[in-house]
Design a protein around this ligand. Structure first.
Ligand SMILES: [Zn+2]
Length: 450
């Protein structure tokens, strides 16, 4: 592990108490050990100096909800609403192989790194074989990212193929095996959850998931109230007014729960999220692409709900770019409330950093630049024609900066991208393998009927 001295930096710590300042950050054994506002003492002999001239140094971005392998499915099924789209995504379970998961997930990780993401939460839901999960995990580990693997379960649903439906006990044994195999990896943590309740989840499974999560001290990740059709299913099949209300009956909301989307939630349900300390992953690009609606993010923030940002999978976003997502999150709320000042750029930056870390139980690990935290940092080059001149840095990171402005990415003290070059992976090879996996998958998908 490298010891680093990042100098000449404009530092954006995202701690609120400290605003922007010129200074340096020292990293030793993967941890931030010193932050200074002046020029640093001389570099120690075992320190590598990283010159951050013309760059802002900020916490790495946290993608709180995605499905990495879906980069193989970019722009395959467009113009579909959630349910017919999901039928195809689920149907893929019949032909997806562990090789597809590895090649796709690795490409997704590379795209994440190249857009300044240092932590990714993979919400995993198709498991025709246990190797599909283990190959996804292997890809995340190979990339060097900090990762959360949310291994969710489906036990019912007309549109879910039999090969990926599981009985709770059977799924729990698989998850226990994954936990046992990876307990030594400090950069990897786990969650479980129902995938998209109630359309692929029985009440019995919801009850069992809460018991299992408590037993193993796992957080819960779920797709919640993504479209009107899901809310209609809750009303007709369960007699509840909304998905959050149904989940509350099974104690699924909680401090360690993250509800992706939460588009169609009532004021009462926002109150449940607040009272239970449940986090939300807002995925605006995916919501817009599928025509789902607009999540009431500002209302949730006003109530004090912790809102993170996610790209969602590339099958409904087309990218893994959190800069795109930050800009979309900001603009969509302005349009929704017809109020240009309804959301502050700094709040969007918080959603993409510390709020994401908190949603994933990592607020003591990353999400801000503070002594004692792991060094998950990014350098963004500000000397770009579409950024200069800088008048309001927070606004300009959210609204002007692009993924391609990320110069270097550091995860757990390791430089995984230096001057736009990956240090761990051969990018050309990752692309070539993903193209081959895509060709094979598309050939298999062409034989499916939906
Ligand atoms: Zn999703």
């Amino acid at each position: 592990m490298e010891n680093l001295l990042i100098t000449n930096a404009l530092i954006l710590p995202m701690t609120e108490e400290r605003d922007l300042f010129d200074g340096y950050v020292r990293v030793r054994d993967g941890r931030i050990t010193e932050i200074g506002e002046s020029a640093p003492r001389q570099a120690a002999p075992d320190e590598q100096v990283v010159d951050a001239k013309a760059c802002v140094v900020m916490p790495g971005l946290v993608n709180a909800h995605t499905h990495l392998y879906q980069v193989l499915l970019r722009a395959v099924w467009e113009d579909l609403e959630l349910m017919p789209w999901l039928k195809r995504i689920y149907g893929c379970a019949r032909v997806l192989s562990p090789e597809h998961f590895y090649a796709g997930s690795l490409l997704g990780c590379v795209e994440a790194i190249r857009s300044g993401v240092t932590t990714v939460c993979e919400h995993n839901f198709l498991n025709p074989t246990s190797e599909c999960a283990s190959e996804t995990i292997r890809a995340m580990q190979d990339s060097g990212l900090r990762a959360v693997f949310a291994r969710t379960i489906m036990d019912s649903g007309e549109i879910v193929p039999e090969c990926t439906k599981e009985k709770p006990e059977q799924a729990f044994r698989h998850i226990e095996a994954i936990l046992a195999a990876h307990k030594a990896d400090a950069q990897l943590s786990f969650m479980t959850g129902p995938n998209t309740p109630p359309i692929n989840t029985t009440p019995a499974l919801l009850r069992e998931i809460r018991r299992f999560a408590d037993d193993k001290a796992l957080g819960i990740s779920a797709h919640v109230a993504e479209s009107k059709s899901v809310v209609e299913a809750v009303r007709s099949e369960h007699g509840k007014r909304g998905v959050v209300e149904l989940l509350q009956q099974f104690a699924i909301p909680g401090k360690k729960s993250i509800f992706a989307h939460s588009v169609h939630v009532s004021t009462d349900e926002i109150d449940i999220l607040k009272q239970t300390g449940t986090s939300v992953s807002h995925n605006p690009v995916s919501n817009m692409m599928l025509g789902d609606g607009v999540a009431p993010v500002v209302a949730m923030l006003r109530e004090g709900v912790n809102v993170a940002l996610g790209t969602d999978g590339a099958a409904s976003n087309h990218s893994q770019d959190l800069f795109d997502t930050m800009k979309a999150a900001s603009l969509l709320q302005k349009v929704h409330y017809q109020d240009a000042g309804v959301i502050k750029p700094y709040d969007v930056l918080r959603m993409a950093t510390i709020c994401g870390a908190k949603a994933l139980g990592l607020e003591n690990v990353c999400g801000t630049i503070e002594v004692g935290k792991r060094a998950d940092l990014i350098l963004i080059n500000l000397d770009a024609v579409h950024i200069q001149p800088v008048n309001d840095l927070f606004s300009q990171i959210v609204h002007c900066a692009k993924a391609s402005d990320v110069k270097s990415v550091i995860v757990n003290g390791e430089i995984v991208m230096r001057d736009r070059q990956l240090t761990r992976l051969d990018e050309a090879q990752v692309i070539a393998e993903a193209k081959a996996a895509n060709r094979d998958l598309m050939e298999r998908v062409s034989g499916l009927s939906f």
